[in-house]
Design a protein. Sequence first.
Length: 238
Amino acid sequence: MSQTDDTIQPISFFCAVKHDHYDYLEEILTEYNIGTYIIGAEVADGTHKDTDGEHFHFYVEMSLKDYHKFSKRVFRDKFKLRGQAGGGKPRQYGKVKNIESLERMKIYTVKEGKVRTNLTAEQLQVLMDMSYERQSDLSQIDQILLNLRTVPLQAWAIQNGKYEDVWALDEASCCRNYALLEMEIVKKQILEGAMPKSASQNKSIIKRFMFESNIEITVKTMLMIKLERTKNPWEFFG
């Protein structure tokens, strides 16, 4: 059966809001017709500067119609958050376009351990245990890639023309994004007491990050081609 905007379905989203508003976010969310929900409070160093790194991840079974109502009411109208990057500033809320694995998304949402949910204590503990095991078993590269997902990036490209599938890379934003990703890779290794990787190794990690990211296919293709040319193809824009 095909889904509509009224269909209850798993939706994942985030918002850069201070943790002081935890009660408010849960209270408003539960006013809607929802099934299982998980709200994870997290702090990310070097990102979401307006909230000192504090932000929330949500996994909620709800309709798209109610998600849009909730995001307008809470994210746009109350907190005045940006839904898109622009003017050198990252977006402050957004929805995951495609959830590839419901289990992995739930695990990702509970990974910091600060959770509000309507799951039973036993169900939550299973996810927490799986999250701990997953973090322990991940390779160093996988850990870095997971960490890169928290970096607030600007749009890689801009629409250029009449049709939606015509794009042009935003060279200045690409330069900034690459530098932020490389800085995050090096910082994580230094914090762990490991010798930072070479520029070419960093580039390989960033290339894999781009490949695995939910980027429009034409834009992703242009990024992959450009990445073959130099360490940071957009460096002269910095």
